[in-house]
Structure formats: structure tokens, C-alpha cells
Design a protein around this ligand. Sequence first.
Ligand code: BGC
Length: 824
Amino acid sequence: MAKFRLFGSKTDEVSDRELVNRRLARTVAAEGMVLLKNDGVLPLQSKRLALFGAGARMTVKGGTGSGNMQERYSVSIEEGLKNAGFEIVSTRWLDRFDASYAAEKEAWRRSIEERIKHYKPWQVQRMFDEVIHVTPLRFPIGDEIRPEDLPEDTDTAIYAVARQAGESTDRRLEKGDYYLSDVEEKNLRVLTEKYDKVLLLVNCGGILDLSVLDTVSGIGAVLYFVQGGEEGGNAFADLVSGSVTPSGRLTDTWAKKYEDYPCAGEFGTMGDVLQQDYKEGIYVGYRWFDVNGIEPRWPFGYGLSYADFEIKEQGTKICGSTVSVSVCVRNVSLEYSGKEVVQLYIAKPDGKLPKERKALVAFRKTGLLVPGDQETGTLEFNMEDCAVYDGESACRILEAGEYGIYLGSDSRKNTLCAVLVLDETIVIEKLTNILPVPHPVDTFVPDRVMVDYPREVPRLAVDTGSFVTREVIYGDRRPVIKTKQAGEYIKSLSDKELVELCVGPGYSGLGYNVTPTAVGRTSISLLGRGIPNINFSDGPAGLNLCPKNAYTRSGIPNYIDEVPKDWQWGWIRKIEPFVLAKPGRGYRVYQYMTCFPAVTLQAQTWNPALIEEVGKAIGTEMTETGVTLWLAPGMNIHRNPLCGRNFEYYSEDPFLSGTMAAAVTKGVQSYRGLGVTIKHFCCNNQEDKRETVSENVPERALREIYLRGFEIAVREAKPWAVMTSYNLVNGVHTFASRDLCAKVLRSEWGHDGLVMTDWTASEKNPGEHTACILSGNDLIMPGHPKAKKELRNALKSGRLKRADLETAAANVLNVIFSSNVWEI
Ligand code: BGC
């Protein structure tokens, strides 16, 4: 048997797979960018453009941290426009921007080098923790535009505001981050004074304050670019040139001012950074704006098109518990083809429990409709999914009353099309209460409303006989055996071997199956017993793997075969002799992975079928690189616009998040042997102090908002794995919460796959590795010898039973023996 097996490609030539996936990345990016304002600016008339702003050349393709990507290249906005035949006539400002940023970067590099002088090469981690991470290079804002920077020979200017964010830190409520900087605002003013047509482009993974639109007149168009992935620049050009009509819709509410958001003044470091009380309850995003009558700048679900559409309801039916609304969408514009997103909302009656004014229950994106063309389709949902959680009885109930069904094109622009009448309250599911809040949370209660629906709207009686109450049995946990091998091994492995299976081998270490730079793997110490390792790679914008790798003949990784050009850090020189491959010796492995647009942008397509294609494309890359589990999709709820990782998550709405996560899961898992890992379960809604913050969430909000998306993904698509989060929920670390990992995930939702920790999450406090296994979190990642020792001691002391380990190990074995790479 060979000592190791390397995946990836042996050549760095562009493969057919790259070309195909790159095209898909462009389609998704163009379909997800949202046109927010357009007073006759787009599509562009002029072929000569004055382009400014940090995002013009330094276009942010995605966020930082584990959600980053290392693609072959990414197309900037300037390049995209040029590729599409536009001429950029503002190079003077752009060149000056480049030069001043290069100088800033050089000064930063020198200061870092100075400060790491005294570290030894093997102290790389410390260098990062103590110097590099704490003094990151500032993302540039851009210089002031001077009169001589303004070209005369065009009437059109584009200003690309850009922001960078990523894990470990939240965004800041400051100028230059959430707010435009003074320079940016001034520049926009200068441009509007000079040019007839000004397009503001927002190249940011989350919401920005755009009150500049109220103070500077003349910004004729706004486009939310988000982070467009490697093809972002080309996709942008597709939209502004008119070759693609915008069809993206917002997945979050854009407030007129930050203070309009719930928990505004108390989020993260602005409040108690270690105790976040979810006082807003279920009223997150549009639910908050609706119930408080706050006018947003742009509502959830909003987005413009070049075309105009007419949406007509053609009849609503209820059959058992399934409601279906038939709809016809017609493109009534004369000039432009386009796609419309039809959205269906439900207004539940206030009863024992107050409700949100409206909640999204179904949506549908049309195909491309040419002018005059129409498409008929059905939007469907199950009434059971509208049940609410009643903590008093620990049941999900559908309260008696009238349910309004609204059809339209966003959360504000919709019309009542039918009323469902439920005569008695139905108990849908009998559950058990979980995770009590550690102290009373003064939860917001809206005023009750009695909606008087107009008489002429059709009333449909809901047949109460079509519901059957389910009672969840919270039994003891037992090993779930899904593969023959898992069944055979689980009894024959020693206690020590079971421990090896439940703890990863750490960051480094060579596996038998080698995916260079994979961020995690299972143990290889059982290879002699016929159990190979499997590899995990980050996402969620693709596979985060290093493109160029080198290995010695005996399989020792050199990690890199050349220093990437943008590695400015002086520390690399220190470790160079240890990590650089000798020219011409050993193996070279290439992994050029596609950088898809940020997850928020993907959700803005409102097109699950397209996102399923993204999953399939990622599946081809996992197969090529020997990755079994993709550590994605990220699917936490956008509770506040300042969360540093919002770009990795879909939306403020759980239904949309769950539907999109299910779609990408289906795509990846359509391949034999590949699985996804939905993360971060749950409430990882703040990055500052993410490992110690307790997210104190009243149970109703926990179940209806923060768990709901995960539930949809688990029930609809059966993801192979779930990653617990760093934070605590109601005073308990999620990875050590039996309520979350065993009761909710497995007993209530039927997840029978793997549960793993987030990286090093359980390493901080003694006893937490054991708590993981006892709670139903099977795999400790990335793993550490201390974790193994703790588990072995816990077995000796009786705190942990062999049966607990068998249950956890079976879930690891099931994945290994179902994987794409298990055959040795
Ligand atoms: C992130 C996870 C990621 C893991 C492995 C953690 O810091 O929170 O999302 O999957 O690292 O890179």
C-alpha cells in the first residue's frame, strides 16, 4: 500500500472544469447583484466612463478569514468594464490611488518586519497572534478627487465604495466602515456636480449607511455589488451594459439610519459584549420594521429591473395543509427581457401569542421573460410551517384565526389575495423546552392588531382534520450505523481507538488521503486498522485551498512552491527555508478553486435552482481535490448589520436562509461520497468575543428565527454534518449543549449525521471536550493531544462511558465509509 495519496492536479494549466465553473460564478454574480436605484442611469449609454473609488481596482471579491478564497485570478470592476469594451478615462486618479496604497502597504510591511525581528521561525503562530493579526493593513478608502482628476469627455461617473470584513472582528459603526468617510462623501458630491449620470456601487459584504442619498442629490443609480467572487467585475459589466437585466433582490432590510435596527445600541462592543440579550425576540429584520411601522430605505425582498412586470394571482387553493397560489407574471416592458421574483407572505393572527406582521413563506423566480412574454407557476407552502412556539405548553401551535396571504414583489409591495380561516388552534408538535435564558430578558412585545380583512377577498376554510399532532420522543442516544464497516468497527475498536476517531489530528499532520492545505481532517492513526482519513475544506464561497503546493518524494509537505507575490509579510522570509520546495524535486499539486460570489449575494439571486448548480460545481472541485466534507454553508441569521461575518450568511430571514442552504446542500450531496457541514449552529451572530459571548435568546425567538433555517436545511436536504459555534447560547457553549446537539438536532429534526466543533472551540476550558461527547457533538476539531488525554481520563473516571464514545465514533465512521476517498 502506498504511504499517501495526493489529490489535486499535476498541472497548473486552466482546466475545463475551471472554465465551466467560472461561467457559473459570473452568472450567479450577475443574477444576485441588486439594483437599488435607477433614475435613467442604467444601462449605461456612454462607452467612456469616469471610474473612482477603492473598489474600482481593489474590488473586494469576498471576505477575509476562513471564508476567504485563493482563486487563480479575480476580475476587478475596472477590468470587467474594459473587457466589455468600456473605456476608463479616469486613470489619473486610479493610478494615484494605487501609488498611495502601495506606499501605505510598504510602510506597514516595514513596521511589521521591525516588530517581528525577535521572533524565531517556529513562532509563526505567535507572530500572527501578537503582531500581524492585531495590526492588520487598513483597507484603503481612497484619496480626494481633485479638479484635474475629472475627465471632460464623458457624462457618466461610477464610484465604487469598498469595505473589507471577516471573522474574529465585527464591523464598526464608524466613518470608513458602516458610514461613508468624509472623503467618500466629498468625492460623491464632486462627481454629482460634474457629471449628469452618477452610479454609486456598494462593494461591501453587508449593509452601509447610504444617507448620502438624502444629502447629495444627483446620485442617479445605486447598485449593491456585495462581493462578486472572481468574476465580479465581468458580472458587473454584464449588468451595466444591459446585456443582463438585474434580477437580484435584497435579503436584508436596509434602514434609513442604523438606529432603526433592533438592538442597535446594544450590539457587540456597543453593549455588553459578553452578554447579548435578544430583547427584540422574533422581531428581526423586516419583522421589526413592519411591527414598529419604520420606513426602511429599501425593504427586504426589494430590487429593481430594467423591465417592468405585472404579477397576477390566478387562484389560491388549500388541499390538506398545503396552500398553493397560482400566479402569472408578465413582462410588460417594451424593451428589456428580465426575470421577476414573486414573493408570498403570510400574516398570522394575533392570539395567545403576538405575531410578526408578515413572514415570507414561499417565493419563485421566473425564467427569462422577453417583452410581452408571460409565465405561470405555483407558489406552495405547508400551513404546518407557520406554527409558532408556545413556551407555556412547549408546543408548536397553529393558532385559530384568519391568515392573510399576500403576493407581491417585496415585503412591502404585495397585495392580499386570500384569507385562510382556521376555526380552532391546532397543536402541530409536542416538544420540550430547551435552554432557559440565564436571566430575565426584557423582551419586546408589540401591540396586538386585529386585522379586518375585506369581505371581497376569498376566504378558504382550513380543514382541521388534515393535521396530526406529532410528539417527539427524546430517547437515549445510541450509535446510528449507516455503513457495514461502521457496524463492524464500532465493537472491535479499543477505547483508545474510539478516542482517536472523535478527535482530529490537529492543524498539521499528513493524512493518507492528502488534500494540500485542507483545514481539517480525521485521524490517520487508524490507517493500520483499515480506516483512512478524510479531509475538510472551508467555504462558503468555494473551496478555500492553496492553489500551488509542493511535496517531497516521501510526502512531506513544503506547503508552497513559490512565495505568492502578495505575501508582503517579512515573516515569510524567516520561514522560507522550511516551507519552500526545492526546485524540480518532489511533487507539485495544483488546486485552482473557483471563487463564487459571497453567500449573501448568492441568496440575493432568490434562485435556489441556480444555487444548487453552485453546489454541484463545488462538488466537482471536492472530487478533484479529495475533500469529503465542505465546511459550509454558513447560515447564521443577519441579526445586526455589523456582524463581521454577515457576508458568509444568507439573510435576516430564516426561511430564505434555510431554503438556500438546502439548495447548495442538495447540489454538493448529489455526488457520491461528498457532504456539507452547515454552520455555525447556532446564534454565531457576533464576532467580537465570539468564544465567550452568551447570546441570551428567548426560546420562541431561538426556535422561530435562529434555529429555523438550520431546521429547514436538515429536514429538506439532510446535510452530512453540522458545525457547532464558538459562542454560548443562554449561558451554555453550543458544542456542550445536549439540548441543541441531541434534543433539537437529532430527536426533533432527525439529523443522523456528524456534529463537529468549530476550530479549537472546546480547547479553552477543562472538561469541555468530554462535555462535547456527552452532548452529542461527535468530533473535536481540529483536534489536540490534550483532548484525547481528557477523553481517556474521562473514560477511566467513569464520567464518559464507552457507549457515549461509540455513539460519537459511529457518526465519524459513517462519514468516512460513505466518503469519496475511503477505499485504500
Ligand atoms: C471558523 C469556521 C471554519 C474553521 C476552520 C473557524 O475559525 O469559524 O467557520 O470552518 O475556522 O477554518
